[in-house]
Design a protein around this ligand. Structure first.
Ligand code: MG
Length: 158
């Protein structure tokens, strides 16, 4: 028996913030705005995992009105999602995700992101596939004002 969940997130890119994506800092002159570290990929992934387990969404579990989550690493959210899944005897089979970002180039950072995400989720890097897209210069993402991520997670009862 397998289940799948979908996740999406978007964050504004602003000056004076670190650009955290997939649990690592990507060197860039702007970063993601957000209550936590603004990690768009980890947030989309967290929603995909919660979705696969029929457990609602990231806002329910980690409300951005709660000072406890201010500035925290979004890997904490993934760690928590992993525990929630384990409580329901759900095991992560595979994750696929797309990060949409005009700049910087993300491909070179994917091995480090996969390693960081895999560690938080208790799976191997081979179970995580990451893809990068630009928005072809259109819209807010194309103008470098935001970045977004889509993710799908497949989990299995064991
Ligand atoms: Mg978010």
């Amino acid at each position: 028996m397998t289940f799948s969940g979908i996740g999406y997130d978007l964050h504004r890119l602003v000056e004076g913030r670190k650009l955290m994506i997939g649990g690592i800092e990507v060197p860039f002159d702007k970063g993601s705005q957000g209550h936590s570290d603004g990690d768009v990929l980890s947030h989309a992934l967290c929603d995909a995992l919660l979705g696969a387990a029929s457990l609602g969404d990231i806002g329910t579990h980690f409300p951005d009105t709660d000072p406890k989550w201010k500035g925290v690493s979004s890997l904490l959210f993934l760690d928590h999602a992993r525990k929630l899944l384990a409580d329901r005897r759900l095991r992560i089979v595979h994750i696929d995700a797309i990060v949409i970002c005009e700049r910087p180039k993300l491909g070179p950072h994917f091995p480090a992101m996969r390693a960081a995400l895999a560690k938080s989720l208790g799976i191997t890097a081979e179970q995580i596939n990451l893809k990068a897209k630009t928005n072809e210069g259109t819209g807010e993402i194309g103008r470098g004002e935001a970045l977004a991520a889509h993710a799908i997670a497949t989990v299995r009862l064991h």
